[in-house]
Ligand binder design. Structure first.
Ligand code: ES4
Ligand code: ZN
Length: 324
């Protein structure tokens, strides 16, 4: 591991907390909750982490998180991630959670968010790590379910910074969620959406124009559309890019083919993130390392990516100054 990467102060803006659930914790929580899994042990589960595309990952991702039942389970999951991030010199995190994946199993919204919030507060107290929480809608479900989730979030509005959109992109375009995003906007939420991961560049345009998001999660399909790249660069619309995720889900054939260096050199505000680190082979440092080793990005470029992360974050100007 590069000392430069380890010592670089980092922020993470694209992290699904349910995707930080390591097989060891999946099995520990299954035992605690009396749940039997379809896999005999941790190594059998880990061996199944061989994905062909986004959907093949999502199937295992939803199975893994089915062990989460109590507030303590959500606390333990978030605490494990935050400790790991702190150990990698991550100073600030903006974390997605998928409430519908839990409420649809009968776990109350309040249980989910109270456990997550308590872990974030403890990390702030113990390590000075700042954070934001982003409620993410599952785009394979109907828009009415997203709107109902917004209603369930109302008592916890003060714990939430923004809303996002994740899960199966193909066939679930941004336009499906125009009303849900308009409602979230009326309630003062900041807006982001996954777009241009497996989907076309048009989904990036639609997320910006129809959903009015301020940041795009993934967005690597922009590389296919030079005019869009120019617009993203001029407006400094951040892309929260996840290199190891793109490799594991076969969005790119090899790290050498990853568009990160070209996007950075074209002046886009691209940032480095781990997405679902328990499933994709690494946390923040591993993602920076993949760019250095697989794509030949220089320390100067890696520093610019880290600075872009601070710029793209939802920290206040004062907080940003303290980080840079
Ligand atoms: C996700 Cl990599 C990715 N793409 C879309 N939705 C997701 N949810 C969790 N990880
Ligand atoms: Zn994601």
């Amino acid at each position: 591991m590069s000392a430069f990467i380890e010592q670089l102060p980092k922020v993470e803006l694209h992290l699904h907390i349910e995707g930080s659930l390591e097989p060891e914790l999946v099995f520990a929580l299954a035992r605690r909750n009396g749940i039997t899994l379809d896999y005999p042990d941790e190594s059998a589960l880990r061996a199944a982490y061989d994905f062909d595309d986004l959907q093949s990952f999502l199937n295992i991702y939803y199975a893994g998180m089915s062990v989460l039942q109590t507030e303590q389970d959500f606390f333990d999951m978030a605490h494990a991630y935050l400790a790991r991030a702190h150990g990698e010199n991550v100073r600030h995190v903006e974390i997605f959670f998928d409430p519908q994946a839990h409420t649809d199993r009968g776990v109350p919204f309040s249980v989910v968010i109270t456990g997550l919030h308590r872990a974030l507060e403890q990390a702030r107290h113990d390590w000075g790590m700042s954070s934001r929480l982003i409620l993410s809608f599952l785009r394979h479900l109907p828009e009415a379910s997203a709107i109902d989730t917004l209603r369930q979030a109302e008592p916890f509005r003060h714990w939430l910074a923004g809303v996002g959109l994740d899960s199966a992109e193909q066939g679930n375009p941004p336009e499906k969620f125009v009303r849900a995003y308009a409602l979230a906007r009326e309630q003062g939420y900041r807006l982001v959406a996954h777009a241009g991961e497996e989907g076309p560049p048009q989904y990036i345009r639609d997320a910006l124009e129809l959903l009015r998001v301020e940041r795009i999660d993934h967005g690597v399909a922009a590389i296919e559309d030079p005019a869009l790249m120019d617009e993203l660069a001029a407006a400094r619309i951040p892309l929260t890019v996840c290199p190891l995720s793109n490799l594991k889900l076969k969005v790119v054939d090899s790290m050498a083919d990853h568009p990160m260096a070209k996007l950075l050199q074209a002046g886009l505000c691209v940032t480095v993130n781990s997405d679902d680190p328990a499933y994709f082979g690494g946390y923040m440092n591993a993602n920076f390392l993949a760019l250095q080793q697989g794509l030949g990005m220089t320390d100067r470029e890696l520093l610019q990516l880290a600075l872009n992360g601070v710029e793209a974050s939802w920290l206040s100007p004062e907080e940003k100054t303290l980080l840079m």
